[in-house]
Write a protein that binds this ligand. Sequence first.
Ligand code: OOG
Ligand code: NI
Length: 454
Amino acid sequence: MSAPFTTPDQIRRLFAQAMSRMYRTEVPLYGTLVELVERINAQVLADDPALAAQLRRNGERERLDEERHGAIRVGTAEELATLRRLFAVMGMQPVGYYDLSVAGVPVHSTAFRPLTAEALAQNPFRVFTSLLRLELIDDAALRAQAAEILGRRRIFTPQALALIEQAEREGGLGQADAERFVAEALETFRWHGDATVSLPTYHALHDAHRLIADVVSFRGPHINHLTPRTLDIDAAQAGMVDAGIAAKAVIEGPPRRACPILLRQTSFKALEEQVHFPDGQGGAQGRHTARFGEIEQRGLALTPKGRALYDQLLAQAREIEGTGSTGGDYGTRLQAVFASFPDDHATLRQEGLGYYRYQLTDAGHAEPHRVADLPAEVLVASGLATADPIVYEDFLPVSAAGIFQSNLGGEEQRAYAAHANREAFEAALGAKVHDEFALYEGLQAQSLAALRTP
Ligand code: OOG
Ligand code: NI
């Protein structure tokens, strides 16, 4: 008789915890961020009992202390497709397509994450995963050399590959195999202080784009940051500055609001690290910047209508005086422009700008007949139901580009003529990416249906 299966949710939790432990030893400043965020979250929850109750109602309170996202960058279609299978063992599916070439970063990306409300509440670990677009390297010889180097490396251990196949074949992993799987999977994301290319090759790749050197020169796709979720990112940003951490100048995303929307993010600059470059003799010492720390605050998931308004206002704030997100008064400009985005939940709901989760209150449960007949908005207005924001679980391309830029360690700006190529990305992935809006719509619809079947 074979051992009972663990669930994908349990494996994901083990993996997220193991990644967090590993990154803490690799980048101790990440541990400092985690502690800062824990302090701030405890304070916010103590000061705001209504928010604490809302998080509890929506399964967000338990997950908060463990909530992280990470990011990696891979070089080939085969690497990406195998990652998809590896993440699937942990219940993580590709959601969304992000084209970063428009922002001068030669990658396109997706986020692997759990899909259902239950799985997200168990552990929402997400990994922002980028695929290098070698076709954006102009120099044909360098492009061929990079492809050849990437074609030689093996980023998964044989045991990890065997366990992925076993999980696919048997429909899951037993406890002992799940633990082995997590240990083997971790190997793919570990940092390697020794490069696989010589220093001159590294420089040539680096001159094409820093990111190309980061992807091509190493044995694997080292995790480049892990991000805890805070309930007050302005306090976290101030806390970083107070602690003498080299924080990014501006917080990416929307401004501070009464009703937080989407995602706000800030980071500390990537560390400069010693790397050993082989040359067939003693090798050479060099330096590389790759790994950093980030903090995020998550808010309401927006509908396509809300998202279009967000994109329009963000573009407007960045275009004023043509200064992008630079300039000391960016925060003020952003606040001013976003004054036209409604900032109370009743209006956001009525204008169809965001997704909400409806649940009966005790009063609602006591009156099933009234509940059956009344529209959801009336139930909320009469205290028979609550409507809580469905949290945004995804990423924002303009913000991601800002995070990439501030962590490439350098001022360089590139422009690529290329445009989004979702078909090529999905062909490399070996699957279609899920549509984030459909997922939020489904969560909202599910909660509305449950109101009528108490
Ligand atoms: C990913 C940067 C994007 C985010 O949170 O938007 C990102 C990377 O640097 O590889 O992590
Ligand atoms: Ni990130």
